[in-house]
Unconditional design. Structure first.
Length: 187
């Protein structure tokens, strides 16, 4: 993927020891900008109104804490120095569900959507889940999010359920679509 003609997409673990301090310092602010802009534009990310900076900072702190415990992974997509996307998965907390994780969120700046950042983030998160011993990676998506559902299917996710009209955004209703990627069948 190129931005102009020279900048390549890099998908990194922003929590990795030795991560670029300049990027780390701006990560929460840049993540907030991406998420708030997407939600303001109607993106199906779980918020009706754009989240506050503090809400995103708290979310990133929770994911980072879980990642340090081996119960999550966070990935960031950069074009040069600019954060253009992020995503994470979280292991289920219940003891009976511990072998499984939920791909909670993948968000890509609207300016670069359709150029491979979402696919690269999802692939990195899937690889990380497999390496962490996750058996089944699940996700849910709003039924009208055709691009995301198409991406997930192309990466091997299968739909295992749907709640018609479950997601309420004002007077509008959308299906909630459940998908899974079962690593056990690949072993």
């Amino acid at each position: 993927m190129t931005d102009g003609a020279t900048t390549e997409l890099a998908v990194l673990d922003p929590l990795e020891p030795g991560a670029d301090p300049a990027r780390a310092a701006l990560f929460a602010e840049s993540a907030h900008r991406i998420l708030a802009d997407l939600v303001a534009g109607g993106a199906a990310l779980g918020w009706v109104e754009p989240p506050s900076h503090d809400e995103i900072a708290g979310l990133l702190d929770r994911v980072a804490s879980a990642a340090r415990a081996g119960d999550a992974a966070l990935r960031a997509a950069y074009l040069g120095p600019r954060l253009v996307g992020l995503g994470y998965w979280l292991r289920y907390a219940r003891p009976t569900h511990r072998p499984h994780a939920d791909l909670e969120k993948i968000a890509v700046d609207a300016a670069v959507q359709g150029r491979g950042a979402g696919r690269a983030l999802a692939a990195a998160l899937i690889a990380g889940a497999r390496e962490a011993g996750i058996e089944v990676l699940t996700l849910d998506a709003r039924g009208d999010n055709a691009g995301a559902l198409r991406l997930y299917r192309s990466l091997g996710f299968t739909e295992y359920g749907r709640l018609p009209g479950f997601v309420a955004v004002g007077d509008r209703r959308y299906d909630k679509v459940f998908c899974m990627l079962d690593f056990r069948s690949a072993d």
